[in-house]
Design a protein around this ligand. Sequence first.
Ligand SMILES: [Zn+2]
Length: 185
Amino acid sequence: MKFCSECAAPLIVEVPEGDHRPRHVCPKCSAIHYQNPRIIVGTLPVHQGKIMLCRRGIEPRIDMWTLPGGFMENDESLAEGALRETWEESKASVEIEQLISVISLPIVDQVHCFFLANMPVAEYSTTEESTEIELFAPADIPWQEIAFETVKTTLQHYINSVQQSLTKPYQVCNTTLGPRKSDTY
Ligand SMILES: [Zn+2]
């Protein structure tokens, strides 16, 4: 961030009064430009015990399998974002059952959230973002070709919950993956 989005003046980096860490501050209009983590939201769609995965048609991790998901938009709820992303990437209509994972990735300033979702009918189609969509039994998940660690963690947590015959709602997998930026200093 170099220029103020309010008045276009060049920004400086300093700790504002009463704050505890450096921010991008505008010396002209005094606006403080906070930078905070972004939320990625998606679903884990299940149809008759099988899990829907999408093969990525875009970078990063093109050709790898993933759960449908993407950046949450302003003016929507977490669940609405999950349903929207699922529709955009797979044209699947799903019903939210419960939150299943909340995974912090401090190294990239992101939080990934997934909902367990019921897919009553196995209707879906490829899109620009997904070149192939398939339902996988838990034993057939292509673990070596899963695009993201957060997706792998979410799938493992869900499958463990099913295999242990736990009753719903399942516990939410609330964890942190990878190092923090402060670890590297
Ligand atoms: Zn300004």
